[in-house]
Design a protein around this ligand. Structure first.
Ligand code: AKG
Length: 265
């Protein structure tokens, strides 16, 4: 099967050494515009839901940093995007010929108000490893996941797709190259923000600045975080996780085959 996109030797080497690589622009503007429209529609729904809950933190999150998960169930456009041949190409050349879609979420960062107090909530997302969230934030993880598959470092990729441009100013992702090699890092729960924070030295962090349509492909052990949106624009990313089959112990709506024997399912 011919690939639309090729993972180069340099990208493979960077993935092994640093825990990530970055693709060229691999999605066209029409595709991105379709996703942006869907994110905006569902974002408005999240804000409405949070308003009704009456909880301040829920409303702050919904307005300034909504994480909207498993959008393939809520939007045919998002479903088609998660099953795009580009991701099959990336999986085939990293994980192998069989891969499942196991996670997808939009992370939208609205521009923060310019006038705010130092102690006001902001839309930073603290340093973390995605594997820590899977182990510690998913209720009953041991009954849901096959732990050997979950912990294996090289059977999965996370694709963080820039749906808008992502810059230092608008709160892009930061990574610590090579820190995936340290395995699982301890995280503390920050109660006020209700988020896990990895305890690591971030002196060698670098920002991942992407054009719309580029993809950061990273390892589930790679620590990453994202900054405040200090710009005037909305930052949109779509984070999609793929794993070799066998992660879920029982059939789950959150697990869908992407590809078998190298062919899109
Ligand atoms: O896109 C972001 O701002 C952070 C997303 C992230 O790190 C995650 O959901 O694991």
């Amino acid at each position: 099967m011919n690939n639309q996109i090729t993972v180069t030797d340099a990208q493979r080497q960077q993935y092994a050494a640093d825990g990530y690589f970055i693709t060229d622009v691999v999605f066209d503007e029409a595709t991105l515009a379709g996703i942006r429209q869907e994110f905006k529609r569902m974002w408005a729904e999240e804000i409405e839901k949070a308003k009704q809950s009456g909880e301040k933190l829920a409303l702050d999150w919904a307005m300034y940093r909504p994480h909207m998960a498993q959008l393939d169930h809520r939007s045919p456009t998002c479903h088609a995007f998660c099953h795009h041949p580009v991701f099959a190409d990336l999986c085939r050349q990293t994980i192998g010929p069989d891969a499942d879609l196991v996670w997808n979420q939009a992370i939208v960062k609205a521009a923060m108000p310019k006038q705010r107090n130092a102690d006001t909530w902001d839309n930073v997302f603290g340093w973390h490893q995605d594997i820590w969230y899977a182990l510690n934030n998913v209720k009953g993880a041991k009954e849901i996941y096959n732990m050997d598959v979950l912990r294996e470092p090289n059977n999965a990729i996370t694709c963080w797709c820039a749906i808008s441009r992502t810059t230092v100013d608008n709160g892009t992702l930061w990574v610590v190259p090579g820190a995936h090699k340290n395995g699982l890092i301890h995280h503390n729960m920050h109660e006020a923000r209700k988020e896990w924070q990895a305890q690591l030295d971030t002196a060698y962090r670098i920002p991942v600045v992407l054009r719309p349509g580029q993809v950061l492909v990273f390892n589930k052990y790679l620590p990453h975080c994202s900054g405040t949106n200090n710009s005037d624009e909305t930052r949109m990313a779509y984070q999609i996780g793929y794993t070799a089959p066998g992660l879920y112990l029982k059939p789950s709506a959150d697990n869908a085959p992407l590809m078998r024997a190298g062919k899109l399912s």
